[in-house]
Design a protein. Structure first.
Length: 61
């Protein structure tokens, strides 16, 4: 599944200037991806990922 593959890929490998995904950043990336555009809300994205054992840790800013 494209969403899962993207979620486990480091953002820097996809040309992003950060090292970890947040729910918001991943949802934005999936929506703006020109190769395969996925429209999914942050809560639904969280549910999909959690169902596959993927969670995001909160980061300090």
């Amino acid at each position: 599944m494209f969403i899962l593959a993207t979620a486990i890929t480091r953002p820097t490998n996809l040309g992003k200037p950060f090292t970890r995904w947040s729910g918001r950043k991943l949802a934005d990336h999936l929506t703006r991806n020109l190769v395969r555009r996925v429209r999914v809300g942050r809560e639904r994205l969280r549910q999909i990922l959690r169902g596959h054992g993927i969670t995001f840790q909160r980061t300090r800013t």
